[in-house]
Design a protein around this ligand. Structure first.
Ligand code: ZN
Length: 380
């Protein structure tokens, strides 16, 4: 049977194997779960049913007010203060990702934000890990194979970086695959506690750093050079170190020779591209926070055409009301992405996962390539 150019429908996209490297555990709860957990602990919520609560989160995140955006996390974190709640949220996140076609995920979260009811840092990590393992087992029972690692995050303003870095390293055999810093980027650079990057490097521990979202290229430079980050969380503002041809203000044509004469890279942009440092880009989230004006105009397409190591991510599925399938579908609909583009960013993410090279190769050869080739074959 010959197949006409099969359209990239949402169902086709959902069936593709996906990799997500930047997804916050406290930004991905199901609204119905928040309601139940809040009732358990007597936490007051701004809405009383799942539909209205989901809308409230999206509107608050969309409001353009940083205060309102941060308020959304007060509610999710407030209901994630017991081992059972942490485990449930982690378990459901794994199931939701697996049902969306995600085959490898890293879930990031900040243990220090989950001590309000007396848990120790170690108890929070153990609870999340048990939830992840339950979710992976339940997904397997549904016939879905997913692998999930924890990324342990230190909050930039809280100055517990060393303690959290030690927690991450101590849990290397307990599901923690990397370390991150998050929160107020501007004013709290990696140099605030420069010694922890050496501590982590000496232990060969993987690092990704939120940079180039709320602050500019100087923040990316510190993350890469001082933080020795293997990946950059967001990194979207690397475009400020690139001068684009005015004739192509929004995107580049899908052609191999598209770069020549259309963009001039600064030294930092060259460094990031030369070293193929993966950028964990999150289009919908960036539109909400104002780091990009629209998905159509999001720099992810230009950066991809310029051959940066682009990966596609969700950031906060609850606040952005999104999924990996939706992020892909938006780029197909509004930025002209093809199945080959989706395959590229998925491969980049798989090769950047915080697992060892042989495990990345198995993920690529056994799962990702066959999954995309099936659809790519139908598109010939
Ligand atoms: Zn993030």
């Amino acid at each position: 049977m010959t197949t006409e150019n099969a359209p990239l429908t949402v169902d086709v996209i959902r069936s593709l194997p996906k990799v997500v490297l930047h997804d916050h555990l406290d930004g991905g709860l199901r609204p119905a779960t928040i309601l139940e957990l809040a009732a358990d602990v007597g936490h007051q919520l701004p809405a009383g049913d799942a539909e209205a609560l989901g809308a409230w989160f999206a509107e608050a995140a969309d409001s353009g007010s940083l205060v309102r955006y941060l308020e959304t996390f007060d509610h999710t974190i407030a209901v994630m203060q017991t081992p059972a709640a942490l485990a449930r949220v982690a378990r459901e996140a794994v199931l939701d990702l697996a049902r969306d076609g995600v085959v490898y995920a890293e879930q990031r979260w900040a243990p220090e934000q989950h001590l309000q009811r007396g848990l120790t840092l170690q108890e929070t990590v153990d609870a999340v890990q048990s939830g992840i393992e339950q979710g992976v087992a339940e997904a397997a029972a549904e016939g879905r194979t997913i692998r999930v690692g924890q990324l342990v995050t230190a909050m930039r303003h809280a100055d517990r970086w060393q303690e959290i870095a030690e927690l991450a390293v101590a849990n290397r055999a307990n599901g923690v695959v990397g370390f991150d810093i998050a929160g107020a980027e501007d004013g709290f650079p990696p140099s605030r506690h420069a010694e922890i990057w050496r501590y982590l490097a000496d232990r060969n521990f993987p690092v990704t750093i939120h940079a180039g979202e709320a602050a500019g290229p100087e923040s990316i430079a510190e993350a890469v050079h001082l933080g020795q980050a293997s990946r950059i969380g967001h990194g979207v503002r690397i475009v400020e170190d690139i001068t684009f041809d005015a004739e192509h203000p929004h995107r580049f044509p899908h052609s191999a020779e598209g770069e020549s004469g259309t963009a001039a890279l600064g030294l930092l942009a060259h460094w990031v591209r030369d070293h193929q440092i993966p950028l964990e880009l999150c289009p919908s989230s960036n539109v909400q926070t104002g780091a990009a004006t629209s998905v159509a105009a999001h720099p992810i397409t230009r950066l991809k055409e310029l051959d940066f190591a682009v990966t596609l991510n969700t950031d906060n599925r609850l606040m952005s009301r999104t999924t990996m399938t939706q992020e892909m579908a938006l780029l197909v609909e509004h930025a002209g992405w093809t199945i080959d583009d989706l395959a590229d960013v998925t491969m980049n993410a798989a090769w950047s996962a915080f697992v060892h090279h042989d495990e990345r190769r198995a993920l690529v050869d056994d799962v990702i390539l066959p999954g995309y080739q099936e659809v790519q074959g139908a598109q010939l």
